[in-house]
Design a protein around this ligand. Structure first.
Ligand code: AMP
Length: 114
């Protein structure tokens, strides 16, 4: 999508601090980290949210989750623990309408999911 921030990051038109990249997915550091480890994992192809995902996206969505786990390993938070979050819609405070996973770690999380 032309005006999508994460599409522009995926295309290299806006800089990011990359953690991992392949043909399908990109992982990069969140610009406003909420934890010592805060990495975003996105599909390079534009998918606006979970309800926009089609059957053909199943493999891609699975890869997104596996990439989140791989990122946790790369960032050294598998033993200490990590959280994977995906905000969907206004109440969840999704601000970027391009499907993404937050990988958070490096500190003890609060009991609630935020
Ligand atoms: P969400 O609120 O779940 O839609 O998450 C969007 C995330 O994107 C937020 O945590 C922002 O801090 C992050 N973000 C926004 N702009 C950038 C950027 N240019 N580079 C990296 N992360 C960004």
């Amino acid at each position: 999508m032309n005006d999508c921030l994460f599409c522009k990051i995926a295309a290299g038109q806006i800089p990011s601090t990359k953690v991992y990249e392949d043909d399908d997915v990109l992982a990069f550091r969140d610009i406003a980290p909420q934890a010592p480890v805060h990495v975003l994992v996105i599909p390079k192809k534009h998918v606006s949210g979970w309800y926009d995902a089609k059957d053909e996206s199943d493999a891609l969505l699975g890869k997104l989750m596996r990439t989140a786990a791989a990122v946790a390993k790369m960032e050294g938070v598998v033993e200490s623990g990590f959280r994977v979050v995906s905000n969907c819609g206004a109440d969840a405070q999704q601000t970027v309408k391009h499907l993404h996973l937050h990988v958070l770690g490096g500190r003890a999380m609060a009991g609630e999911m935020a």
